[in-house]
Ligand binder design. Structure first.
Ligand code: DHB
Ligand code: FE
Length: 280
């Protein structure tokens, strides 16, 4: 059977992708951020997944206000990098895993999570920047990726609790897929950031530190945090953090923290990164 071996979380700041693509990783501004992912790039070489279920949000690249799925699962063979502010990133095409994606869709929908099935979708920085942070700049991504898009752009996003329970449903689905696959679940976005309005630039280190602690040790408690707390404490885009709870729900309750990194500044965002491993 397939199994979930590990999970990780990472911010997905678009300027980080641009720094990589434009050869600026050694600039004094960016070097400390990329240094924080050196451990992770080594770790993933010895913990290479066959498939990543990559939980991210689309930033009006594939969807618009005309169509706003709460949870959308990409079931296609391939996904093209989206054209956004800097143009489409010069990164490899993302290869999906249609069989596992359809299996997760079926299992989750029959478990009463009404996923939107997407057979054609471009993927933006929300998905490609974490891939670049973990795998660098390969000519082909070293694993298959199932995009799982969560609406955190237009109110109302799903609750943290719903996201946590979706993670559990994903775990059940993966563990009932009859193939010997190592699967990781990644949660992206966050941490504290606000891109607009009078509070633009907001960073809340204390909230972020507590969020990291609770995601590891008290996910049930953290899952109860209401939206208004995310927005008040972590800024309007801090709500992206609900996606980290999908990852946490997919991992075992006693999953072990392997690595943690936190860095400010990166564009407008406090970058947070965690790696959790399930016991074998
Ligand atoms: C920034 C962060 C994001 O998560 C995003 O989607 C866009 C921009 C930023 O920090 O600039
Ligand atoms: Fe974002």
């Amino acid at each position: 059977m397939a199994r979930i071996t590990a999970g990780l979380t990472s911010s997905h700041v678009p300027a980080v992708g641009a720094a990589l693509d434009l050869g600026k990783t050694a600039d004094p501004y960016w070097a400390p951020l990329f240094a924080g992912f050196e451990f992770s790039k080594r770790w993933i070489l010895s913990n290479r997944p066959d498939v990543v279920v990559l939980v991210y949000n689309d930033h009006a690249s594939a969807f618009s206000l005309e169509l706003i799925p709460t949870f959308a699962i990409g079931c296609a063979e391939t996904f093209m990098p989206a054209d956004e502010g800097w143009g489409p990133r010069p990164v490899p095409v993302v290869e999906g895993h249609p069989e596992l994606a359809w299996h997760i869709a079926q299992s989750a929908i029959l478990d009463e999570f009404d996923m939107t099935i997407v057979n054609r979708m471009d993927v933006d920085h929300g998905l490609t920047v974490p891939l670049s942070l973990m795998f660098g700049q390969p000519t082909r991504w070293p694993c298959k990726v199932i995009p799982l898009a969560v609406n955190v752009v237009q109110y109302p996003p799903p609750t943290g609790n719903r996201c946590y329970n979706l993670g559990k449903a994903i775990r059940k689905a993966v563990e009932s897929f009859d193939a010997d696959l190592s699967v990781q679940v990644w949660g992206t976005g966050g941490m504290s950031h606000q891109l607009q309005g009078p509070r633009a630039g907001l960073i809340n280190r204390a909230f972020d530190a507590a969020f990291l602690d609770r995601l590891v040790a008290d996910p049930e408690g953290l899952a109860k945090l209401p939206h208004v707390e995310y927005v008040r404490e972590a800024g309007s885009e801090g709500i992206e953090l609900v996606m980290w709870l999908v990852m946490r729900g997919a991992l075992a309750r006693d999953a072990r923290e392997v690595y943690r990194f936190y860095h400010v500044p990166a564009s407008n965002t406090a970058v947070g990164h965690l790696i959790l491993e399930n016991s074998r």
